[in-house]
Design a binder for this molecule. Sequence first.
Ligand code: G6P
Ligand code: ZN
Length: 565
Amino acid sequence: MASAATQGFSVVSKPTKPIEGQKTGTSGLRKKTKVFQSENYLANWIQSLFLALGEEAKGKTIALGGDGRYFNKEAVQIILKLAAGNGLKKVVVGKDAITATPAMSAIIRRRKLYGGLIMSASHNPAGPDEDWGIKFNYSAGEPAPEKITDKIYGFTQSIQELKIADFPDVDLSKLGTTSFGDFEVEVIDYTTDYFDELREVFDFAKLRSFFANPRFSFVYDALHAVTGAYASRLFVDELGASPDALLNCVPKEDFGGGHPDPNLTYAHELVERLFGTDAPDFGAASDGDGDRNMILGRSFFVTPSDSVAVIAANAQAAIPYFSAGLKGVARSMPTSGALDRVAKRLNLPFHETPTGWKFFGNLMDAGQCSICGEESFGTGADHVREKDGLWAVLAWLSILATKNEGRGEGAALVSVRDVVTEHWRTYGRNFYSRYDYEGVESERAEKVMAHLTESVIDTVQPGTELGGRVLETADNFAYTDPIDGSVAKGQGIRVVFRDGSRIIFRLSGTGSAGATIRMYVETYRDDPADFDRDAQDVLAGIIATALELSDLPALTGRDKPTVIT
Ligand code: G6P
Ligand code: ZN
């Protein structure tokens, strides 16, 4: 090993060899924790990142933090030494190596940093036998674009040397700066920049007075993940919620053995509370790294597709950041058309993008999108460049606070259910459901997609009747980014009917074993007599059509999905 002295520390050159399979997706690199713990695995990827960034990163400052999962504490020290060894000037680290994903985006933007690293595998379980992950966000606070992630992958295939600074581990439990020669590590409060950002978006005083309303009750479930480190400071200290309102808000390295994904299946404790006796008025949860959200009312689930539509419809009146109106709205293709109706009525620019938050970034940078959302429990706005779980919760609380403002003593609370029902009365209801077929053999999954292509897209003409509905269009969704002209093809099969109903099939891009087929179905009703009907009941006809057109049961051998949401 060679060693070159710089003031304060030496840089050790440690030989290494390429390791297979370090292909970086836009959510970074995710593998089993044990894989990351194997020799040089993490170091190789981090070194490749710095090689990919090249001269541009030298002398710059980046941020570093994570969702608190197992192995983050070891990983953070490895990353600090590689950062110094590769000529960065400074790393700003969240205390105890904690930083939620949207908070990281806020830190990069507000401090005008070169970028940031997030140690997280999002909503995947954590622990020695579970998952670990790392992702790089760039200067606007957005996930690294493909031109960077492709380069990183390239370097992982040719890497020969790690450049490691030989200083001791840094104590991350205390705020302040440690210097090693010219290199600095500054431990920061991971809430400051993020809360400052949220304070500029929302009216905290108004939210505080809403929390003081004795008729309102609230519960927040962090699923033992990163937002637990923010929840007490935000909801209790800043907004005056009762400490009893916090469920599973002590972050744990293994997320308490749970699956930190805020949905009806995994956030079951919260769901039981909201659907049980003496349920609170409002319940919400966020995922491992704090970017996803789920919103519940008393005995009421707000679908993510409805959530973004309701937030967009009420934003101008309820949220100061949007008081001048919205610049535009966007949703991913499989997300229901509820948002489209809001855009139309409010005369807002509207964009339909492929699945994945990265597609919203350009629209936001170009001032064409203020609020956006995905059916996969992601909702957010242009204050940062990640989806933002706590932002969504505050958006809903702001709407409730506004709707309940100035109502006399004794007036019943305008509830989450009331807000959504009122929305349906104005816009109609997009009944929506997603069927997931997990762990399907990849070949069989491809056959379903091929069958749809051959038997519907290539052969059925618009105007043809299918299952009692008239076909408007059927295609494989392609998106041309209106800002940079880049084209994303093959983003999912869409079968759209004249009555507004849609059937969508796509293969999940995030699964780890086999393929997951996602089937999304939607139909629109504007008769209030239908609004309280069960979605599965209203959708029964379109579901039957979807299964018939795809021939999914025969081609996969599955007579029912793994998960229905
Ligand atoms: C991640 C991304 C989301 C995206 C989701 C899709 O969570 O951050 O933006 O909607 O993956 O997952 P899927 O499994 O449907 O490809
Ligand atoms: Zn996440």
